[in-house]
Unconditional design. Structure first.
Length: 242
C-alpha cells in the first residue's frame, strides 16, 4: 500500500474497518492441541488485538466452572483451561468507534468526536460444546446467546437442531441464523419465531459454526448510537475418530 495516495489509503482502511466491525464473527477452534479464538468472516481468519477478549469461561460436564487463562498472543488469543472442558464460552469487546464526516474511524465515543456521523460499539460472543451430555450453566455474561435445546453432539449431520436465541437473557424474535458461518457466512438458514426459537440444519460432520447477529439502536447514549452483537454456537457434527 505504500504507493497509494493518502486519501485513497484512508478510504480503504476505513472500509476495511467498517467491514470488520459489522461483519466479522467470533468462534473457537482446536488447533495443534490448543483452543484458539478465531476472529473472521467465513474462511477468513484475521489477526486481532488479544486485549479485546473481555472474558473466557470453561465448564466441566456437570456445569462446574474450570479455571481458564487467556493467553494474549501478538495477533490473536488462545484459551488455556486447567483441564479439558465440556463447555467453553468467550467474549470480545471491540470498543467504541465513531466515524467523522470525512469517513475516518476513531476509537472513541461520539461525545469525544465532534461532528461524528456514526458511532457504535460491538460485542462478540461464542459458545462451544465439546462433550456429550454437558449441562449448560447460566451464561448471563453472553448478551446474545444461541442456546441449544437438545445436546447438539447427538443430532447428527442433516438433522434439525432446535435452538433458542436470547438477547440480554430474553427470547429474541426475528433473528436471522446462519447455519454454516465458517463455510457459507452469507447463507441464511432460518429465523427465530416470537419465542426466539428456530430449528437449524446441522451442516457438517466436522466443525459446525451457527451464528446470529443483531444491531440494537440505543436511546440517550452519549457515546454510541448502536450496540452490535454477534454470537456463535460451535460443535462437532460427529464424534472424532482416530
Amino acid at each position: 500500500m505504500q504507493n497509494l495516495k493518502p486519501a485513497l489509503l484512508s478510504l480503504l482502511l476505513g472500509l476495511l474497518f467498517t467491514g470488520q466491525v459489522s461483519a466479522h464473527g467470533l468462534w473457537t477452534e482446536q488447533r495443534r492441541g490448543n483452543i484458539e479464538v478465531i476472529y473472521g468472516h467465513g474462511a477468513e481468519d484475521n489477526a486481532f488485538k488479544a486485549q479485546k477478549i473481555s472474558g473466557a469461561w470453561a465448564y466441566d460436564v456437570n456445569g462446574k466452572m474450570i479455571p481458564v487463562t487467556v493467553q494474549r498472543l501478538a495477533d490473536h488469543a488462545r484459551l488455556q483451561p486447567l483441564k479439558p472442558p465440556a463447555v467453553m464460552a468467550v467474549a470480545l469487546d471491540n470498543g467504541m468507534w465513531s466515524q467523522t464526516a470525512d469517513k475516518k474511524w476513531i476509537n472513541e465515543g461520539r461525545s469525544k468526536v465532534p461532528g461524528a456521523i456514526e458511532s457504535t460499539q460491538t460485542f462478540k460472543y461464542s459458545l462451544a460444546i465439546y462433550q456429550p451430555g454437558a449441562k449448560l450453566p447460566k451464561l448471563d455474561q453472553m448478551k446474545l446467546l444461541i442456546l441449544p435445546e437438545v445436546d447438539p453432539l447427538t443430532v447428527g449431520p442433516g438433522k434439525l437442531l432446535p435452538v433458542q436465541v436470547l438477547l440480554d437473557g430474553k427470547p429474541a424474535a426475528g433473528v436471522k441464523l446462519i447455519g454454516d458461518y465458517r463455510s457459507a457466512p452469507n447463507t441464511l438458514s432460518t429465523e427465530t419465531d416470537e419465542d426466539g426459537r428456530a430449528q437449524v440444519v446441522v451442516r457438517n460432520e466436522g466443525l459446525n459454526v451457527i451464528s446470529a447477529q443483531m444491531e440494537i439502536v440505543l436511546k440517550d447514549n452519549p457515546d454510541v448510537a448502536t450496540r452490535g452483537v454477534f454470537s456463535s454456537l460451535t460443535f462437532l457434527g460427529e464424534p472424532h475418530h482416530e
